[in-house]
Design a protein around this ligand. Structure first.
Ligand code: SF4
Length: 340
């Protein structure tokens, strides 16, 4: 059965031609799928009953509720979704705050990038998520209607799954789809250069880059991707785009005690980011067993932030959410869920 949710307007037009529906029915289907967010083809009441039956022989909506929900003491909610016909699992995290509600979405089950500080990186990569599976995380949770922002910062590297990511972004931002402003969406990457170039050229969603160290050797020891796509090349590319208007770029920087939290790091960061309108988000490291890295205490984090601010780099400390249910940054893993 093919899934309609996750199809772009052009793909829905192909469905209409295969089922001898008029071309305008593609727009009607998109409205049912992405505005009215229906769960069954029978709800498409402006498509004749016989045609709906015909559609149902090959297609379904493809909406799947989460298989598990875990609520953190600080009100973050971790959702577990089955993907790839139940063969694998991914997690999403709903993060409500005083002024907005954000959903952190996964793009892959596991990850190939093997960042030292990340639980997902320890989990073997198994499958790319389809646009259906990414949209389903947004559409099938009970808080869906009240979401203000979506961040592609969950499991996986979104720019290692560009085609399905771009379909998802198209559906979220097109008038035939959700009709969201790109300002409501942030894509986070460790810097896969070809995907990043395409993202910068074709999308106007916000960008977040995982930086974590301004020094090549040190970043390489934390993030193997540095060998292929060094941070300097990523920054050079970003310099070619305009971030002074609506579109924002931010840099994620997990602070590791005694590793990347010195004055030398702050100075090099300010050199690296010179001339870019950006923000650095400082993130507390959530300790992983067997990894020789420690988190910084609050005082050290504030000290590093102040150093950056004095050097002219806008830096803020990101409040950590969902740690008690392993939903915080770097903690997502579905390794234990194989037998659900
Ligand atoms: S930090 Fe992101 S890119 Fe790195 S291993 Fe984790 S999920 Fe993959």
């Amino acid at each position: 059965m093919e899934r309609l949710m996750g199809m772009t307007l052009n793909e829905l037009k192909e469905v209409t031609s295969k089922t001898s529906l008029p071309a305008y029915a593609a727009g009607q289907m998109a409205d049912w799928l992405y505005q009215k967010k229906i769960r069954s083809i029978d709800e498409m009441t402006n498509i004749g009953a016989a045609k709906r039956e015909q559609l149902k022989t090959h297609y379904e909506i493809g909406s799947r509720p989460p298989v598990k929900t875990t609520t953190s003491a600080d009100s973050a909610v971790k959702y577990l979704f089955a993907v790839n016909d139940g063969a694998h699992f991914v997690e999403s995290v709903y993060i409500p705050s005083r002024d907005r509600a954000t959903l952190c979405v996964s793009s892959q089950a596991g990850c190939k990038m093997k960042c030292l500080f990340c639980m997902t990186g320890r989990q073997k990569f198994t499958v790319q998520l389809t646009a259906n599976e990414m949209l389903n995380q947004i559409q099938s949770i009970s808080e869906s209607q009240g979401l203000d922002n979506v961040v592609f910062m969950g499991m996986g590297e979104p720019l290692d799954n560009v085609d399905e990511l771009f379909k998802t972004l198209e559906i979220l931002t097109s008038s035939y789809g959700y009709g969201w402003s790109p300002k409501r969406i942030t894509v986070s990457t460790i810097g896969i250069l070809p995907g990043l170039k395409r993202f910068l050229d074709e999308s106007s969603c916000h960008l977040a880059v995982s930086l974590h160290s301004p020094f090549h050797e040190e970043r390489l020891s934390l993030m193997p991707v540095e060998k292929v796509y060094p941070i300097r090349k990523i920054i050079d590319l970003i310099h070619g785009y305009n971030f002074s208007g609506q579109r924002r770029v931010s840099f994620e920087y997990i602070l590791f005690d005694g590793v990347n939290d010195t004055e030398r790091h702050a100075k090099e960061l300010s050199r690296l980011l010179k001339g870019l309108e950006c923000r650095v988000n400082l993130i507390r490291y959530h300790t992983l067993p067997g990894v020789n890295l420690r988190s910084c205490n609050e005082l050290k984090m504030e000290y590093f932030r102040n150093m950056l601010n004095k050097l002219g780099v806008l830096a803020t400390i990101r409040v950590s959410r969902g740690e008690d249910v392993f939903a915080a940054c770097g903690m997502l893993s579905t390794v234990k869920n194989k037998k659900i």
